[in-house]
Design a protein around this ligand. Structure first.
Ligand code: CO
Length: 423
């Protein structure tokens, strides 16, 4: 199997939350010679230079500047999201129930709730505290303790297989923390994370303790958490890192948090993050306003997010003529009602990159009697006024705690992204 698929598995294992995703990417980019820009500083951008900027520690835009900037320089952008559905620990984190110490959680995004039962769960995210000088500091954490949301035994729920497993997220979904009813969560977190100071707040999530792996008789599958959408984040990052620079255009990879909850936030795809970064990039080369608008008019945005492969046991969930398969290449996502930003122009461009890369593509369109999901493509297209295509690799078990994708699709998508950056 390809080294890129192997690398994806490690990336997922090292990225339990959006904060870890961005932290890991920043480390990797700096190792590859990218310079970190702060939004609060004045930006100095050199021709041929490599840079990245983060917002709210969970979104990141990385770019390579052209070797020769001109008013004709455009943006070639690949965008994806850093977050995945999860269970998030509430601010009042514990309660007792039937003699058990419970962790109070709320559901983040459209999680497939039944998949979170009977799994070994770990806690990860960021913790904020006040240090000895009174400054607010932050650290990323992963705790080693396994928690669990146990299923009710079939003997106590005889009809569940026929009538369905209904989950009330308030009543049924809180994990058991332990049997120690006196545990002080804040003192425990302070001790376990080793912070020197007063714990103030946290963004802590639960995640699957099981590591990503290959599966299938020929290792043709990837089994992992958060493939949606770390598969896309990893593919776009690999393409950016392998493309050295472009003579005329900016090569950009942009990853946003909060897609799973609608993208409206300080650093979501529906924020001004993308636009302000692109504007400031152009302003670093010219004080004129005009070149930014000229650049946007000739730029392209690939919005990449995983998509639904046809399921062998539920084939009728797909339109009969649009049944993407695993390992058959990138999927072009279209929707007449613009739940995807794809149009004939962006399809034409994408097919050119596929031909150039020697990679086959597939088409996805929802059944007419079913609602269509969406992603960051339409909002970025609308906010920037930029030609956009929605694509993604096919997968099964989307939004389950453990998802499944095709091993070979990953390198194919990277090849197409590289063709786009080289175009
Ligand atoms: Co997604």
């Amino acid at each position: 199997m390809s080294s890129s698929a192997q690398s994806l598995l490690s990336f997922i294992d090292n990225s339990p939350t959006a904060f870890h995703v961005v932290d890991g990417l920043a480390t990797e980019l700096m190792a590859q010679g990218f310079e970190k820009l702060e939004e609060k500083d004045t930006w100095q951008i050199k021709e041929g230079g490599n840079y990245f900027v983060c917002r709210a520690d969970a979104s990141i835009v990385a770019f390579r500047a052209p070797s020769q900037w001109s008013v004709n320089s455009s943006f070639k952008i690949i965008g994806a999201h850093t977050d995945s559905p999860s269970l998030k620990i509430k601010n009042k984190p514990t309660s007792t129930k039937e003699g058990y110490q419970m962790l109070n959680i709320e559901v983040y995004g459209g999680a497939l709730l039944t998949s979170w039962f009977d799994k070994d769960l770990l806690i990860g995210g960021r913790v904020l505290y006040q240090d000895e000088e009174g400054a607010v500091k932050q650290i990323l954490v992963q705790l080693p303790y396994r928690l669990r949301i146990p299923r009710l035994a079939i003997h106590l729920d005889r009809t569940v297989n026929k009538e369905g497993f209904l989950v009330n997220p308030q009543e049924h979904l809180c994990p058991i923390l332990g049997l120690d009813e006196d545990i002080d969560f804040e003192a425990w977190i302070t001790k376990e994370t080793g912070i020197q100071g007063q714990l103030l707040s946290w963004d802590l999530f639960l995640f699957d303790a099981e590591k990503a792996s290959f599966g299938g008789v020929n290792n043709e599958f990837i089994y992992a958490s958060r493939l949606d959408n770390l598969g896309s984040v990893h593919a776009a990052t690999q393409a950016l890192l392998s493309s050295t620079y472009h003579a005329h255009d900016f090569l950009v990879a942009a990853f946003f948090q909060h897609e799973e909850v609608g993208s409206t936030s300080q650093n979501g795809a529906d924020s001004n993050f993308m636009e302000t970064v692109l504007k400031r990039i152009v302003l670093a080369f010219t004080e004129q306003q005009e070149p930014f608008f000229q650049a946007v008019a000739s730029s392209l945005f690939i919005s990449t997010d995983m998509t639904h492969a046809v399921h062998p046991n539920y084939g009728s969930a797909h339109d009969p003529n649009h049944k993407p398969m695993l390992n058959k290449g990138p999927v072009i996502k279209s929707n007449a009602n613009m739940r995807y930003a794809t149009d004939a122009f962006s399809i034409a461009k994408f097919k050119q990159w596929c031909y150039k890369a020697g990679v086959s593509y597939q088409d996805f369109c929802n059944r007419n009697d079913m609602g269509c999901g969406s992603t960051i493509g339409p909002m970025v297209a609308a906010n920037l006024g930029m030609a956009t295509i929605d694509v993604g690799n096919a997968m099964l078990s989307m939004h389950s705690i453990r998802e499944m994708a095709g091993t070979h699709d990953h390198q194919m998508m990277i090849d197409v992204f590289e063709a786009f950056f080289d175009s």
